[in-house]
Write a protein that binds this ligand. Sequence first.
Ligand SMILES: [Zn+2]
Length: 185
Amino acid sequence: MTPAIARPDAVARARWAESAVLRDRPALAELVHAAADVRTRAYAPYSGFAVGAALRTISGRVYCGVNVENASYPVSCCAERSAVCAAISAGERQFEAIAIVTDAATPAAPCGLCRQTLCEFGLDLHVILASAAGAVWSAPLRDLLPAAFTPDSFEPRPGRTGPGSAADGDREGQPASVLTEQPRS
Ligand SMILES: [Zn+2]
């Protein structure tokens, strides 16, 4: 049987509260606590590495996710992407912060796949990493994913005017590289 995943103790929570990242920022502290709470529901029987994530929208709603592992390892889903899927499924598109809690000694950063998923919705996202031992670290997503490939990487972007836009018939939505006509030989 998988052992129960404990919430961070009072000592860890006091360290969070005293950290430069969370001190006098109750909304962010609440987000970290939400991630710590949902982490207890992680499904990580293979790695034993439970992760909780809490994603706050610009309207203040919070959507949570945990890592969900699978006997077929690559099928597993990270907590960050679980939270994004929950938020998008609820109709949300604009996010301001995500808190991620693990029990790593040093707060664990999102994997590359999750950084790419998050950057789809904006590189200004405030990423807060917290450990169950009480350490906290934060950075904007753009610092975690330099030279990111984003929706703005499409030129012209799907939906804009110009070649590939809705006004250009059935080629709508294709990246510019697909739209470039090759010279005839
Ligand atoms: Zn990930």
